[in-house]
Design a protein around this ligand. Sequence first.
Ligand code: CP
Ligand code: NVA
Length: 314
Amino acid sequence: MTKDDAMRHFLDIHKTDPAELRAMLDLGAGMKAARGDKPKGAPDADQPLAGRMVALIFEKPSTRTRVSFDVGVRQMGGQTMVLSGADMQLGHGETIADTARVLSRYVDLIMIRTFEEQTLLEMAEHATVPVINGLTNRTHPCQIMADVLTYEEHRGPIAGRKVVWSGDGNNVFASFAHAAGQFGFDLTFTGPPTLDPEREWLEWAQAKGHPVTIERDPWAAVEGADLVVTDTWVSMHDPQSARERRHNQLRPYQVNEHLMSKAKPDALFMHCLPAHRDDEATSAVMDGPHSVIFDEAENRLHAQKAILRWCLGV
Ligand code: CP
Ligand code: NVA
């Protein structure tokens, strides 16, 4: 078997075949249903990761990604090691390529959260085991797999639905743009021009036949939305010096009850978390009737278990 036949990386939603993405979501939903109300530490009936070792590498903080991957691997019978990028030689000058080659001798899969996308890409290029993107400065595919799973769990197929992103055109938005193209939903971005999404992603969505609508007026944008989404105004890769300027620019795009009232009455509200309550979204919305933010967080676990199985072909 060649290297390419032997393994599948999960690097981004736009790099993964839509039928495979759909199969992963179906698998994740099925595994979630099969667990029922089992205690979180109880093993799944099947143990597809038995004997497998997974490295979870973090160059920056994480609660959901770290815990959901760790728990998911263990529920499926595998073992994990959580590694901080700063504590590894990677953080002290060893090349990414050498790190990838060495880790591939010890573990069966690498999940990595990095500052620079290039680190992820080099890791994938040189690893001989599958690599999963646990967030970079440019994308966050595992999050949006969980978000699509969550939407469909509550409201049925997302295809043809109107999704509105209000705020910063950041890495999480980018994976929504990829998902719009792959799952076939309409995506509107509303935010200031200075914080527009990357042109490359807008062009990709356009070429895919699902162009992102840009609407500067948040009230007009949210009209008739099935799903309203936002995220932090300052991401982990953004300089803290930009904080005040970003807050001033993004304040008109806060998701509050007034803005949500312009969406469809049964619209859902999502936020990948962590949130800065009463900045990008008010607590009234986050804790209100439209919000499914904690289902989203839970579904990281179920979606990623399916991604892990897909990567390992088990
Ligand atoms: N949503 C998300 O990725 O959260 P963490 O940063 O806590 O992993
Ligand atoms: N956009 C945020 C997402 C955190 C999960 C960040 O990159 O910091």
